[in-house]
Design a protein around this ligand. Structure first.
Ligand SMILES: C[S@@+](CC[C@H](N)C(=O)[O-])C[C@H]1O[C@@H](n2cnc3c(N)ncnc32)[C@H](O)[C@@H]1O
Length: 400
């Protein structure tokens, strides 16, 4: 077997699958030892029971292996959903076997249930019995805030019969992680570690009253503006210092300009641009459903009047037409889940090159040491340092 085949061949008790990361930006496997451990355990206990909810499946390893159960994949990542659908198709499994549910939607039920939803979308009390989840598999996400939100959202849809299993690498499962399960759902134990992965097992306690958990935060930025930020979204407690530095050097867009806030997070950059000149329109886009929802909430708070802005969940600038934008602003991500790297940033610069009109400009804030000027130069052939401080640079490129 050659290396590439080895890299992509995933063997589990449920079958052998060819799995790729999507988009293929890293030469890394599309699953981890926690997926393997979880699937081995499920095979030992006779498989999932009842309706199956998979949370934070990265590239569809769990969706492929458990496709017979027609699972729901609940995730905050648009790319994770795309990856799962691609991998299902590549393994001749009907993608219709998987329901891809954005993290902004409730795990089950139509969300119209007055009892199950309180103002602002947070679930307040027990959902309908027919909405009960039989098995919940949760890959431990990178941020505790997202985990807290997810556990709070599923609480009304689980009961004492629900099998609730967490899975992650030992280094990502902390005491605080297990405490969240205990606080929100009920008593939790862990398995021994295998290949540096661990499982957790939670029994639902109906008498717990965790109170409101996983609520959006709000803090001030600029004069009188409030950043509304959903759990797990970048900078959900306070303004990022790179973003703060960027704001000091953000030019006002021209009248009628289209601004693209690429990787918008809670939308601070795009909203600030629109405040500087309300006669521009802004496209806010991010891979995270909760980020785009946050940007929309930030914009709603900032403006009294109706605006012509767009809010799109997508990979990079995939949803944006060629040569349609005057100004692109990016505070690029420097990791993709647990993987640190600049692949996504470089893809975003290439996207900016595609969507900018001739003469349009790309502005980027970055840690000095990341060397993004080289990557921008590769796309635009020109890059200037607009501002710098000991930690950050603001870089500008113009499309010829
Ligand atoms: C460093 S944060 C910047 C957020 C915001 N612009 C700010 O300055 O506060 C990077 C953002 O890029 C988003 N992101 C990561 N990968 C992405 C992708 N493939 N496509 C679109 N957005 C992505 C992340 O979800 C995150 O919100």
């Amino acid at each position: 077997m050659n290396n590439q085949l080895d890299q992509n061949t995933f063997s589990s008790p449920q079958g052998t699958f060819t799995l790729e990361r999507f988009p293929v930006r890293h030469n890394l496997q599309a699953w981890d030892a926690a997926d393997e451990y979880l699937l081995n355990h499920l095979a030992e206990i006779g498989g999932p029971t009842g309706s199956l909810l998979i949370i934070n499946d990265s590239f569809g390893a769990l969706a492929c292996a458990l496709a017979d159960s027609e699972p729901t994949s609940w995730s905050d990542s648009f790319l994770a959903h795309q990856a799962a659908l691609q991998n299902l198709a590549a393994n001749n499994i009907d993608p219709a076997s998987l329901l891809c549910l954005p993290s902004t939607d409730l795990p089950f039920g139509d969300g119209d249930d007055e009892d199950a939803e309180e103002e602002g979308g947070a679930v307040s009390s027990e959902g309908d019995t027919e909405d009960r989840i039989g098995t919940v598999l949760i890959k431990i996400p990178k941020t505790l805030a997202l985990l807290e939100y997810q556990l709070g959202q599923i609480r009304p849809f689980v009961d004492e019969q629900t099998v609730i299993i967490g899975a992650g690498m030992v280094k990502h499962i902390h005491t605080s992680t297990l405490e969240l399960f205990e606080k929100i759902l009920g008593p939790t134990t862990t398995s021994r570690a295998t290949k540096k992965a661990r499982l957790s097992f939670t029994t639902f306690d109906p008498d717990l009253n965790p109170g409101p958990v996983g609520q959006p935060t709000s803090y001030e930025f600029g004069s009188g503006l409030a950043a509304v930020t959903m759990p797990g979204v970048f900078a959900n407690r306070k303004l990022d210092i790179g973003t703060r530095f960027f704001l000091e050097h953000l030019p006002a867009p021209g009248d009628g300009d289209v601004v693209l806030d690429l990787g918008c997070g809670n939308g601070i950059l795009g909203v600030s641009a629109a405040k500087a000149n309300p006669n521009c329109s802004v496209v806010f886009t991010d891979n995270s459903y909760l980020a785009v929802a946050s940007a929309q909430a930030t914009a709603v708070r900032a403006f009294d009047e109706e605006r012509d802005d767009k809010f799109v969940v997508a990979d990079g600038a995939d949803a944006v037409e060629d040569a349609s934008v005057d100004l692109v602003v990016i505070n690029p991500p420097f990791h993709d889940q647990y993987v640190v790297g600049d692949e996504t940033a470089r893809q975003m610069f290439a996207d900016a090159g595609r969507v900018l009109k001739p003469g349009g400009q790309l502005l980027v804030v970055a840690n000095r040491h990341l060397g993004h000027h080289k990557a921008m130069n590769n796309v635009f052939g020109n890059v200037k340092t607009l501002a710098s401080n000991p930690k950050f640079v603001v870089l500008r490129s113009n499309k010829a």
